[in-house]
Design a protein around this ligand. Structure first.
Ligand SMILES: NC(=O)c1ccc[n+]([C@@H]2O[C@H](COP(=O)([O-])OP(=O)(O)OC[C@H]3O[C@@H](n4cnc5c(N)ncnc54)[C@H](O)[C@@H]3O)[C@@H](O)[C@H]2O)c1
Length: 426
């Protein structure tokens, strides 16, 4: 029994996690797991034996499985991180839920709305938490931007714009990623980042979508572009756009962005040439980016402190009555009647905090009994918009939305409102 004057150290219990699909996306979340004392990675499943061997080298005490089924039968696993290919998201989530495991599912939540609905139902039926992991909306600057909007200090939100220029289409891709029916292409793979962010900033309740989708690289039989006009129930407009063909990169928009690109302009030109001539060793390149591969630093380095650049999600700008708010190197710029104020919100922790946020939300929900903010219904609403982008393009008309849900009351309520005590820079 501790007596007066004794420091009582409260030991937080750890949550035991298993990962299904240890690919490039899976590898991205591992450093966040390693950095958290509250998360204990106890198992991994993949269908590639070499990947399991490399996983075992890095996590010697974890068990490895060749199937999602076996991992879900592991009694020690309490929660599962599903980062298998998109077509398995529903199957693996429902399997895990049936075994009583909580789930974080990578974006897109599923390939169809019907599958997303089955996932939500399974989580309800088996009483497990289901969290839609949409990554970029979890980053601190975006959440801070939402706090600025919510504060009302600069009046009402009037418009949102997010534009991205990336080289997503040039990165190594597996066959399933090059198949629209399996959730391949920019609207499925990158849409969730921008849509989730817009929904978070604008309150969640989108009304309709009008969009066009573009596919103009013969060697990549999937859409590499979309441009969408979204309207919220309250009339606020949002435009989102992503061009993944990699001629111009959004990173070049900031002075410190040039050396933060995955491929230089010369490398991008070489990759296009190899794709055109059919000489690219694409599968070897992809495996090199996965765990233990020669290029894994590309993904693991993302945990190092670094300045924000408009990477895959692009630059988000919120316009209010009396201010425009956008991302800065380590936080936000608030352009208002007081001038241009830079607010450091991330304490130079780079992307690390952003990736930990999904795990923190899971932990708080499972261990702390907190709500899951980005739950299955939230993820389904985001997927609905991504599907509507493609439908609107096919049918050349505005698509009305049916499954939108609001940002839950109380989300990030304890986050300070950025800019309250900061200096005006210019
Ligand atoms: N949040 C992010 O920023 C982010 C980044 C990259 C990828 N992702 C997501 O991760 C998922 C995978 O994409 P990726 O780029 O990592 O592809 P990938 O091919 O590198 O990863 C998929 C992994 O799943 C394994 N796999 C395939 N079938 C399986 C099965 N039946 N059971 C278990 N494992 C299986 C593959 O061997 C591979 O290791 C996608 O849903 C993607 O959207 C998310």
């Amino acid at each position: 029994m501790p007596h007066e004057g004794t420091r009582v150290v409260v030991q937080q219990r750890s949550l035991k996690i298993g990962i299904i699909g240890i690919g490039v996306g899976g590898a991205e979340i591992l450093p966040a797991m390693e950095s958290m004392e509250t998360i204990h990675l106890v198992a991994g499943a993949d269908v590639v034996p070499a990947t399991l061997e490399r996983f075992k080298e890095r996590f010697p005490s974890a068990r490895t499985y060749q199937s999602a089924e076996e991992l879900c039968e592991d009694a020690e696993v309490e929660a599962v991180w599903v980062s298998s290919p998109n077509r398995f998201h529903a199957e693996h989530t429902i399997l895990a839920a049936r075994h009583g495991k909580h789930v974080v599912v990578e974006k897109p939540m599923a390939v169809t709305l019907e599958d997303a609905e089955r996932m939500v139902e399974a989580a309800d039926r088996y009483g497990v938490k289901l969290l839609a992991g949409h990554t970029r909306a979890f980053t601190v600057p975006i959440r801070a931007m939402r706090r600025v909007i919510e504060s009302g200090k600069y009046g009402q939100l009037r418009a949102l714009n997010i534009w991205s220029y990336s080289d997503w289409m040039l990165r190594p891709r597996t066959a399933d990623e090059l198949d629209l029916a399996q959730g391949g292409g920019i609207p499925y793979r990158q849409g969730p980042h921008q849509v989730d962010t817009v929904r978070l900033l604008g309150g969640g309740m989108l009304r309709s979508v009008r969009a066009q989708v573009g596919q103009w690289m013969a060697e990549r039989p999937i859409p590499g572009f979309y441009s969408a006009f979204l309207e919220f129930e309250n009339g606020v407009p949002a435009t989102i756009s992503h061009n993944g063909y990699g001629y111009f990169l959004g990173a070049e928009l900031v002075p410190w962005g040039e050396d933060r690109q995955q491929y230089s302009a010369e490398e991008r030109a070489r990759i296009r040439g190899e794709l055109r001539s059919g000489t690219r060793a694409e599968m070897a390149e992809k495996q090199a980016m996965r765990i233990g591969g020669s290029q894994q630093r590309v993904v693991f380095d993302r945990m190092k402190p670094k300045a924000w650049v408009p990477e895959d999600m692009g630059m988000a700008i919120a316009s209010l009555d009396r201010a425009d708010v956008r991302q800065s190197a380590y936080g936000l710029y608030i352009h208002s009647d007081d001038g241009k104020m830079e607010v450091d919100v991330e304490a130079r922790s780079g992307g690390a905090v952003g990736r930990r946020a999904e795990l923190e939300e899971l932990y708080a929900a499972v261990v702390g009994g907190q709500p899951v903010w980005h739950d299955g219904r939230w993820g389904m609403a985001t997927l609905e918009v991504c599907l509507a982008i493609m439908q609107s393009a096919r049918e050349r008309r505005e698509v009305m939305l049916q499954h939108q849900v609001p940002v839950p009351a109380g989300y990030d309520a304890d986050m300070p409102i950025p800019g309250e005590a900061s200096a005006v820079l210019a």
